[in-house]
Design a protein around this ligand. Structure first.
Ligand code: ATP
Ligand code: MG
Length: 389
């Protein structure tokens, strides 16, 4: 196996922008795979091909793990190259299938180089007859134990038996940059991941006001970002001290509104950071009806606190669906580590579920946060994360 063939879906539809998407995809693949593993990587018609060095099984597993985290890939395959000549293709087919155990097979040919003398079907028949003769196994076109895939493209021929599923979506960075409000819970890491999948590069903001063991809580959030960073290769996390704000909010009696006001301040402060990051988009992990602050009425009032475009990728997801993704991407075990927020000791029994923006404005006028906000903005810590491929 001396090549990897990377296939994509949606990029193929991008018309004039296609080159930009393909180049970004190559850039992202390179960031996730050690440069010692391959000789070259390039775009050819409708695919990206990577010529490999001689690799051990473990190194191949490493490449596979890396490519499984690159958005934009529909599937990829470890392939054997052959000259564009029937006898040679047969030889390579023999070599490849010798390593496999199977009782039934089929041959599936994709011929995009129309100068190749045989059609796809003719090639399938020819190579199929050869394999039958060589291995004496059964042909099964509907449910074979093994499929020998052959791609005839430009001046290349590639043979392989396994298509490894990629994540789909679009390459990270092709849709610009967005800010994600990252709590330390289950939902927001999943929300960030879902938007990376559509090509956004994510900058994370975490507002913290822990009542105990701040160091452990920081580690938790940083570890969540480290895991998400496997999908976008470099990340920034803004840690914003929020206790002083929460203390101001709880001075006020009308604390039915505290969660709402708290979220509005987060949205508003995120805008300052978004400006620095040249972004106008905010992502949250809200899911309709999940908690009091996530009713349609409350989300509407919260959203008014910012000029940013607010995206809520999980809005229609059930908790179980979110948990399933969190487990798949490995953030779940971190998210469920218990932490205690300062506000948890002061929360109202019956938070407002249908906020009235007039009342919210009145409550906010009585809270003096401008000075506190200025102080806080000076105390932000920025953590940077990089992958070392
Ligand atoms: P999650 O499961 O993501 O922790 P949640 O279910 O606890 O969220 P809320 O507290 O209502 O629900 O938060 C809704 C959204 O607000 C979160 O998904 C996240 O995007 C944002 N958010 C909440 N708390 C914080 C925080 N401390 N820092 C940054 N963003 C936050
Ligand atoms: Mg939630």
């Amino acid at each position: 196996m001396n090549y990897i063939i990377c296939h994509y879906n949606e990029i193929g539809l991008k018309g004039k922008n296609r080159r930009f998407f393909e180049e970004k995809l190559i850039e992202n693949i390179k960031k996730n795979i050690s440069k010692n593993f391959f000789k070259k990587i390039k775009r050819i018609s409708g695919r990206i091909i990577m010529e490999l060095n001689d690799l051990t099984k473990i190194q191949k597993e490493e490449i596979r793990g890396g490519l499984e985290k690159v958005f934009g890939l529909a599937y990829f395959c470890f392939a054997q190259e052959s000259k564009q000549e029937l006898g040679e293709i047969e030889e390579q087919a023999k070599k490849l299938l010798k390593k496999e155990k199977f009782n039934s097979f089929r041959v599936s040919v994709q011929r995009s180089n129309k100068n190749f003398p045989l059609t796809s079907v003719e090639t399938e028949k020819q190579i199929g007859a050869f394999v039958l003769e060589e291995f004496r196994k059964r042909v099964d076109l509907t449910n074979p134990e093994i499929t020998l895939f052959i791609e005839i493209v430009e001046n290349y021929v590639f043979l392989y038996t396994e298509k490894i599923q990629g994540l789909g979506g679009l390459p990270v960075g092709t849709a610009g940059r967005a800010i994600c409000l990252l709590s330390d819970g289950i939902d927001s890491p999943v929300a960030a991941w879902q938007m990376m999948k559509r090509g956004l590069e994510i900058v994370f903001i975490h507002f913290y006001a822990y009542s105990e063991n701040e160091k452990k809580a920081f580690e938790k959030v940083k570890n969540i970002v480290k895991i998400l960073n496997f999908y976008q290769f470099q990340s920034k996390l803004y840690l914003v001290p929020f206790k002083a704000i929460q203390q101001e909010i709880f001075k006020k009696k009308e604390n039915k509104y505290c969660c709402l006001v708290c979220k509005r301040i987060m949205f508003n402060m995120a805008e300052e950071i978004a400006k620095q990051e040249k972004s106008f988009t905010l992502i949250t992990g809200d899911s309709l009806g999940q908690v009091a602050s996530q009713t349609i009425e409350n989300m509407n009032v919260i959203e008014k606190a910012t000029n940013l475009l607010v995206l809520r990728p999980l809005i229609s997801f059930d908790k179980q669906e979110i948990i399933k993704i969190a487990k798949k991407i490995n953030t779940y075990d971190l998210s469920i580590i218990p932490t205690r927020f300062y506000c948890q000791d002061c929360l109202p029994k019956h938070p407002i579920t249908r906020a009235n923006s007039g009342v919210v404005e009145k409550v906010e006028k009585e809270i003096q946060i401008n000075e506190v906000k200025k102080e806080i903005l000076k105390q932000i810590i920025i953590e940077k994360f990089k992958l070392s491929a």
